[in-house]
Design a protein around this ligand. Sequence first.
Ligand code: RB5
Length: 144
Amino acid sequence: MKLVIGSDHGGYQLKEEIKKLLKELTIDFEDWGTQDARPEDYPIIARQVGEAVAAGQFERGILVCGTGIGVSIVANRVHGVRAALCGDVFSAAMSREHNDANILCLGGRVIGCGLADMIVTTWLETKFAGGRHARRIGLIDSLE
Ligand code: RB5
């Protein structure tokens, strides 16, 4: 799986922690910034990551801002993106199984590294269930 990760300053620290996990899991990923804790506008990075995933350049994306809310709002404006803001493991699993989420959004000022690692691992490992859920994804796509 090829993955892209990005954050603003509010998510920078957690992004760096998640990168360590991705390396341990031998996930092939690119870091599209930001590269330090200086203020960065989250709509810019979230749009870039969203468009790259929607275009098929990457299978999945992870976005981190302070709350995860800003990046999820932006990413979900991109046609073909199904971004899920997750603060617990159950939601992470369901976002894959039922929603076929292709971008995971996290709040760097909301959750700690331990929980984030469990959420990311679950989100990466859980497969889309298809069936009736595929029909519902089709209904989402018809809105766009
Ligand atoms: C930046 O201060 C903060 O607004 C941003 O990281 C994010 O939480 C927005 O939703």
